[in-house]
Write a protein that binds this ligand. Structure first.
Ligand code: SME
Length: 151
């Protein structure tokens, strides 16, 4: 049973990404390390801001991910539009949720900023378990994203 140790994971990610500035390379590395760190994480990936109010899929791990998400759609769109973390215990109860997979029950989506505080995308983690994510996940993931993309 894999349960994430965020302190250890942050050190692994720092050692793997130290000195790298390419956003796709960083996203691919984080998607891989995060996805394999915890059994709750059934889909782990990034959506990138490709033009104003439009997200397009980036590096991810897991089953199929929808390719394009406008800011006014889904949990990813809400995270991008409000630039705030969306912690969703029950995706069925989230109006406008986009079901890329029929097995997803809960989700956490975090905005990703570059060193100029510009929104470059969102990190989306889906779980087949209900209410899988908590405030500890939110704070730890926000800290990892800040250390990697805003450094
Ligand atoms: N469920 C997301 C869409 C992306 S899939 O989960 C990979 C949403 O509602 O925005």
């Amino acid at each position: 049973m894999a349960v994430v140790d965020y302190d250890y994971l942050a050190k692994v990610i720092e050692s793997l990404t130290h000195g790298e500035t390419d956003e796709v390379a960083l996203m691919a590395t984080l998607a891989c390390e995060l996805h394999h760190s915890d059994d709750r994480f059934d889909w782990t990936g990034f959506y990138r801001v490709v033009e104003p109010n439009l997200l397009k899929i980036g590096p991810y791990q897991g089953g199929h991910g929808c390719l394009v998400i406008p800011f006014d759609k889904g949990v990813c769109g809400a995270a991008a539009k409000t630039q705030t973390t969306q912690l969703v215990d029950d995706v069925e109860a989230f109006s406008g949720h986009i079901a890329c997979s029929s097995t997803t029950k809960s989700e956490i989506v975090l905005p990703v900023f570059d060193k100029n505080k510009k929104l470059i995308g969102v990190l989306d983690i889906d779980s087949n378990q209900s209410a899988a994510f908590n405030k500890n996940d939110q704070h730890a993931l926000e800290a990892i994203l800040k250390s990697v993309f805003e450094a």
